[in-house]
Design a protein around this ligand. Structure first.
Ligand SMILES: Cc1cc2nc3c(=O)[nH]c(=O)nc-3n(C[C@H](O)[C@H](O)[C@H](O)COP(=O)(O)OP(=O)(O)OC[C@H]3O[C@@H](n4cnc5c(N)ncnc54)[C@H](O)[C@@H]3O)c2cc1C
Length: 475
């Protein structure tokens, strides 16, 4: 039964906060969102939306580099040596106009934030601009105002981690939130950290025309992802001229007269014009009054929550990056919605992380859902695997790419699809078919009998399913 007259106060207006607000308003609660940057939060203003907007430009640049193979020539082909690129004798070389790229990013982020604000106000949600904290039980303070709350949702997100020996200055030593303030493209960009954020920016800036050096403390880039997929992306990076330094731990980074230098643990010094630090995120949970309110945090400051987003304090829920559950906008939003359904007495399904679809927006993209290769290899799931390279897919040949694959994991006896990995341009769009199969517990037979368009990349999904079909038992 819904409790329509509850007053919900939400601290943080990112996807964890604003999606929760929409659900609570729909259920008839009085809702206040307090956000210090702007509606949409860091997701919209500094992180997800800006980075994917940058990548929209860099993807087009990368596609243009491949146009010669597809039989397109530009009026002003220039010698490759003139643009400092490896490759054919002359290239149709597009140049990124950094100020326009960055101003488009800022415009788009602001427009998206305005859309979120409008949607919230249309649903009757009060949005307060400011920094909030828990004042005492059932009361949230923002500035001099105190707001009574039956339920509080904390969705304050996270911010980039800094290294003690590499403090960002916003000019040469940068976090991922500062890079759009540069007046121009960094000519020689050193990226410290080869996780998802580091790999995405490395891919984008290499395509935009920077000489990128990617420093990875592990053997390969994207160490926590499907190894086959990470190897494809690393191979593409190297072929495009990126310097990838594996097993290299950055200890310090400092400004020099004309640029930056990064010192590695083995004593090597790497020089460049700028350095981007992508070494993880820290929860923005200090100064909120959590301890006094009885909200438990772990040793890194992440708020402990259960599967319906409850914290250790009655009436206080938490969602999104500040919980450290899985730093994705979709997960933050789902945690926020679940919190509201639970708080307002609706039937609610606890958070299920086994079905989350995620994408790494490198070129090519890596999209994943459900079980992983590691789950199969370790015996955690009794599965079968098939991996089909896209190099033999007719559509991939027509589109002029050969780096990528489709991988499916199925339960050994039943043939139920457990998960998949797709490495391809727009893998983020292609993964939905596999997601549906995982969510609906479809079998490989059911996918194999589904029509895919010819020619299409999704044809490789149905083909992978066909290869996993098991012959009927002889009678
Ligand atoms: C570079 C980058 C790219 C990313 N790309 C993707 C992607 O492509 N897809 C994806 O799913 N995820 C992506 N992510 C992750 C995604 O941005 C986060 O998972 C998501 O933003 C989490 O949402 P949230 O609501 O928890 O927090 P946020 O979006 O961080 O919002 C929290 C808000 O709370 C506000 N706040 C903090 N403290 C207070 C306070 N005391 N009072 C008032 N307001 C406060 C902050 O100003 C902030 O705006 C990316 C992250 C980064 C860094």
């Amino acid at each position: 039964m819904s409790q329509p007259h509850s007053h919900i106060v939400i601290i943080g207006g990112g996807p964890g906060g604003y999606e929760a607000a929409l659900v609570a308003a729909q259920l008839g609660a009085t809702v206040t969102v307090i956000e210090e940057q702007g509606p949409g939060g860091s997701c919209v203003l500094t992180d997800c939306v800006p980075s994917k907007t940058l990548i929209a430009t860099s993807n087009l640049m990368a596609a243009m580099e491949g146009t010669r193979d597809l039989g397109i020539r530009f009026d002003h082909d220039v010698p490759a040596a003139d643009v400092g690129r490896p490759g054919p004798a002359s290239v149709s070389h597009a140049l990124a106009d950094a100020p326009r790229v960055y101003s488009r990013i800022r415009r788009l982020a602001a427009a998206q934030s305005a859309d979120v604000k409008m949607r919230l106000s249309r649903e009757g949600v009060r949005v307060i601009s400011g920094r909030a904290k828990l004042a005492r039980p059932g009361v949230v303070a923002v500035g001099s105002e105190e707001i009574r709350a039956d339920t509080v949702l904390i969705a304050v997100g996270a911010h980039p981690r800094e290294l003690p020996g590499a403090v960002p200055d916003g000019e040469r030593l940068l976090t991922c939130r500062q890079i759009y303030d540069l007046p121009d493209l960094p000519p020689e960009l050193i990226i410290v950290g080869s996780g998802v954020t580091g790999a995405e920016f490395a891919s984008a800036y290499q395509a935009l025309g920077s000489q990128v050096t990617l420093i990875s403390s592990r053997e390969h880039v994207l160490p926590n992802e499907d190894t086959d997929a990470a190897m494809v992306v690393e191979d593409v990076f190297r072929r495009r001229g990126m310097k990838v330094l594996g097993r290299s731990r950055a200890m310090a980074a400092r400004r020099t007269a004309g640029g930056v230098e990064v010192s590695l643990q083995d004593g090597t010094v790497v020089t460049g014009s700028h350095c981007l630090l992508t070494v993880g995120m820290v929860p923005s949970t200090t100064g909120l009054g959590l301890g006094e309110a009885g909200v438990e945090v772990d040793e890194r400051g992440f708020i402990a929550v259960d599967k319906v987003s409850r914290t250790s304090a009655p009436g206080i829920y938490a969602a999104g990056d500040c919980t450290g559950v899985w730093m994705l906008a979709s997960v933050a939003a789902m945690q926020g919605r679940i919190a509201m359904w639970h708080a307002l007495g609706e039937a609610v399904q606890p958070l299920r992380l086994g079905h989350v679809a995620a994408t790494i927006f490198t070129d090519p993209e890596i999209a994943t859902v459900g079980a992983s290769q590691q789950d199969v290899d370790s015996g955690k799931v009794l599965g079968r695997v098939v991996k089909l390279p896209l190099a033999t897919n007719a559509r991939a040949k027509m589109d002029g790419f050969s780096d990528g694959f489709v991988k499916l994991f199925t339960r050994r006896n039943s043939g139920i699809v457990l998960g998949g990995v797709i490495v391809a341009p727009m893998a983020s769009e292609l993964i939905l078919g596999v997601s549906l199969a995982v969510e609906q517990q479809l079998t490989v037979d059911q996918i194999a009998h589904t029509f895919a368009v010819y020619p299409s990349l999704t044809g490789s999904i149905t083909e992978a399913a066909r290869q996993l079909m098991q012959p009927a038992e002889p009678h």
